[in-house]
Design a protein around this ligand. Sequence first.
Ligand SMILES: Cc1cc2nc3c(=O)[nH]c(=O)nc-3n(C[C@H](O)[C@H](O)[C@H](O)COP(=O)(O)OP(=O)(O)OC[C@H]3O[C@@H](n4cnc5c(N)ncnc54)[C@H](O)[C@@H]3O)c2cc1C
Length: 211
Amino acid sequence: MTGKADTRLRRLPEQGSKDFNLACAIIDDARICHVGFVLDGQPYVVPMAHARDGDELLLHGSVASRLAKNLAAGLPCCVTITHLDGLVLARSAFHSSMNYRSVMVFGSAAPVTDPDKKVRGLDVLTEHLLPGRLAELRASTRKELNATTLLSLPIERFSVKTRKGPPDDPKNETQVPIWAGVIPLSLRAGKPEAAPDMPAGIARPRYLKSM
Ligand SMILES: Cc1cc2nc3c(=O)[nH]c(=O)nc-3n(C[C@H](O)[C@H](O)[C@H](O)COP(=O)(O)OP(=O)(O)OC[C@H]3O[C@@H](n4cnc5c(N)ncnc54)[C@H](O)[C@@H]3O)c2cc1C
């Protein structure tokens, strides 16, 4: 099965880009993506963890999941990643907007079946979610690996769209006496909350201090 995604931006094409490095930076800066696909005429959009390994987008899931089974069988999908960087408050609702970085990757994912590549890919996912953590985790068991599907989607057909900067009101509205500007938004880690059943005396790891 192949998808025929059209990646030409028609609305606000000046906010678009085909820059592979920019797409990678947006992907790397995110810890979740949304995976869209159509099954029996019904669209689904599923939030998932992801990581990038070179020019491949990695996804994983339970072998039992409908999503993993269908994507592994080649069902075309669209993976979207969005960062909301700010609310753009213009002098009218119409010209108000958002600052953002988004990327959409289209294609068909392939299951990673080679055992070494699978372990490595799952390690890339773990390390992407929390850099430094992999070193202290035990290796996954054979049973855990068998229960997990790893999917690889080439970052070949993709589109990028970004907006940054102040509101873009028409000149004849800039003197209206209301507040206009940008409210920056970002995702920040909170204070770590230790598991209640953790033995006493375990120091907070260095990788948590760096967050
Ligand atoms: C946080 C956020 C909030 C948004 N809110 C709105 C909203 O409320 N209303 C609204 O109309 N639009 C909104 N957008 C923009 C929206 O994502 C679309 O770009 C826009 O609606 C144009 O859609 P279209 O189908 O006409 O695009 P077209 O230009 O026809 O899209 C053609 C192709 O361009 C690419 N493309 C389109 N949009 C994006 C994107 N965002 N990122 C990467 N590639 C893209 C895809 O490959 C797509 O197949 C928002 C975007 C973001 C990131």
